[in-house]
Ligand binder design. Structure first.
Ligand code: TRP
Length: 340
């Protein structure tokens, strides 16, 4: 009976490229959402190391470590390996096989007009070096993403806005596959947009590793406190008792609104407006609040950093589970295509 209920849960697949240690933008924008979805859905979360290769095929020395860091962050933030399947993309060769079949039924112009892919190509072309070569593999980015999702015949894909264009192609591919082979086997997966409380970086730009304006989940308390002190505030305030404008406080007050409780936010706002709260004191207090929120996550991360073999075991167990499912799908797909 329990098993029956299990199988009725809808499947969710989502992945993240192994960029290394994750920051608070990832946590609030993506991971926190995944953590909630675990209650309702049969979740598959994977590290998209093949997708990393589409642009960084010549920079692989940190790939293994970065993959571990990503899973470390996920598990510390509450992705539960007992409820969700956590795996590494490149350990599921069935996805590569499905990628071949899907590639055959995907018209070339579908990938060529993918706006997100076009952006990636444009950015790469402005960069120097080997990476300015646009590879055949990169052009297959949305097809490979479709293969990730369709390996488990998932119906829902939690992603950010930038990934929606890829997913549109996924639905087109699923429909076309079903049409060509006269089957209803594949679902047409829909995106589930994350309600991003868009967390900007310390300088007010989008938070990102390359801009060096991020706070890592794995940063220690001291580092976090120091970084918060750099957060931009109301630029019109010079002296401590100048009247402040929380609405114009470019970063610090925005962080308060995300991390503070409603009573504290009200106090911060009114003290700032009356010139009773200096920016430095304000940010010192903010740092403490953010550190308190992250303390349990960091404690867990600290434990796993010292027991990395447990992370490796989580990946191995998740991968084994994912492969069983993937093999079932591929067996069916081969039958549908009538391949030998
Ligand atoms: N392209 C996604 C990103 O950069 C990562 C990804 C790869 C993914 N395959 C996926 C996300 C399948 C959802 C489903 O964020």
């Amino acid at each position: 009976m329990a098993n029956n209920i299990e199988t009725k849960k809808k499947k969710i697949v989502s992945g993240m490229r192994p960029t290394g240690k994750l920051h608070l933008g990832h946590y609030l924008g993506v991971i926190e959402n995944w953590v909630k979805l675990q209650n309702e859905y049969d979740c598959y979360f994977f590290v998209a190391d093949w997708h990393a290769l589409t642009t960084k095929y010549d920079k692989t020395e940190d790939l293994r470590q970065n993959t571990l860091e990503v899973v470390l962050d996920w598990v510390s933030c509450g992705i539960d390996p007992n409820r969700s399947t956590i795996y590494v993309q490149s350990l599921i060769p069935e996805t590569a096989e499905l990628n071949i079949y899907l590639g055959m039924v995907t018209p070339q112009n579908w990938v060529e007009r993918d706006p997100t892919l076009k952006d990636m190509v444009k950015i790469l072309k402005t960069k120097e070096g080997t990476n300015s070569q646009i590879s055949y593999g990169l052009m297959g980015y949305p097809v490979l993403m479709s293969a990730d999702i369709m390996t488990f015949n998932a119906s829902i894909v939690p992603v950010g806005k930038d990934q929606v264009a890829h997913l549109e192609i996924t639905r087109d591919i699923a429909r076309r596959f079903n049409h060509i082979y006269q089957t209803e086997f594949f679902n047409e997966p829909v995106p589930k947009l994350t309600q991003v409380p868009l967390l900007c970086g310390l300088d007010g730009n989008k938070m990102g590793k390359s801009l060096n304006n991020d706070i890592k989940i794995s940063d220690d308390e001291q580092t976090t406190a120091k970084k918060i002190m750099q957060a931009i505030t109301d630029p019109s305030r010079i002296r401590r008792d100048d009247l402040g404008h929380p609405d114009n406080c470019e970063v610090a007050f925005k962080y308060w609104q995300i991390f503070g409780d409603s009573d504290t936010i009200k106090i911060v706002e009114s003290e700032c407006k009356k010139g009773e709260r200096g920016c430095a004191d304000c940010k010192r207090q903010l740092g403490t609040v953010i550190n308190e929120r992250l303390a349990p996550i960091r404690e867990k991360r600290h434990y796993y950093e010292n027991h990395i073999e447990e992370i490796e075991q989580i990946i191995e167990a998740g991968t084994n589970k994912a492969r069983v499912e993937a093999q079932k799908t591929l067996k069916e797909v081969r039958k549908i295509i009538k391949i030998y």
